[in-house]
Design a protein around this ligand. Structure first.
Ligand SMILES: Nc1nc2c(ncn2[C@@H]2O[C@H](COP(=O)(O)OP(=O)(O)O)[C@@H](O)[C@H]2O)c(=O)[nH]1
Ligand SMILES: [Mg+2]
Length: 199
């Protein structure tokens, strides 16, 4: 069975996977290089790190589209063995990116991916990462905005089983994320997989 991580490059997918699995995950690898899903085997549980989607310096538009299509196909093809998905976003960059796309009348890839995960009933958890980069007093407003852009009504706190603010750098929110992942596994009748995750 699999847990699948998606998100733009550089948002902290690998860092969060390291925090959850304790595996020696390579951090800050040059974006756009990883074409294939990267699989971390944790006993009977596979944690899958998908290639980063969306704009990346030095990566052609065509290539970006291919990456996105590859992710969509992977999720469709493996739907039955995927327990749930985690979409990692960079809280500091998210709103600006989404607004830029909306001004052009387009659906941002981050929002599109979240909706797609929901359509597949992959119950995506939004890992709102890099919260250490925004001031504590701004956080509620930023998380409300993220929820609204993803099609969930504010206040964001009513969605604390969907969106988890984290900093993979300072560890803030990581225990909460671990708790939520464990809860989801239990709900899915997969408690035997709990032992493969870091406590
Ligand atoms: N400030 C800050 N930096 C982070 C955080 N999480 C990851 N990073 C840094 O962001 C960069 C990209 O992280 P990585 O995990 O490789 O992102 P990925 O491309 O999505 O897998 C690295 O330099 C990380 O050290 C965080 O919560 N806060
Ligand atoms: Mg990575």
């Amino acid at each position: 069975m699999e847990l699948v991580f998606v998100g733009r490059s550089n948002v902290g997918k690998s860092s969060v996977i390291r925090q959850l699995t304790g595996k020696r995950v390579r951090i800050g690898k040059r974006p756009g290089v990883t074409r294939r899903p990267y699989r971390y085997q944790c006993g009977e549980l596979d944690v899958v790190d998908m290639p980063g989607f969306g704009f990346m310096a030095g990566v052609s538009r065509e290539r970006q589209e291919q990456i996105k299509t590859g992710i969509v196909r992977y999720l469709e093809r493996n739907r039955k063995i995927i327990l749930f998905a985690l979409e990692v976003i960079d809280v500091r960059a998210f709103s600006e990116i989404v607004e830029r796309w909306e001004r052009r009348g387009q659906v941002p890839v981050d929002v599109e991916m979240f909706q797609f995960l929901r359509e597949l009933e992959l119950q995506p958890i939004v890992v709102a990462n890099k919260i250490d980069l925004i001031y504590p007093e701004e956080r509620d407003g930023v998380f409300d905005d993220i929820c609204e852009k993803l099609g969930m009504s504010f206040p964001w706190r009513q969605w604390d089983d969907v969106i988890v603010p984290t900093s993979a750098k300072t560890d803030e929110g990581i225990p909460k994320l671990r708790g939520l992942v464990r809860q989801r596994l239990r709900e899915l009748g997969q408690e035997r997989l709990l032992r493969y995750l870091k406590r």
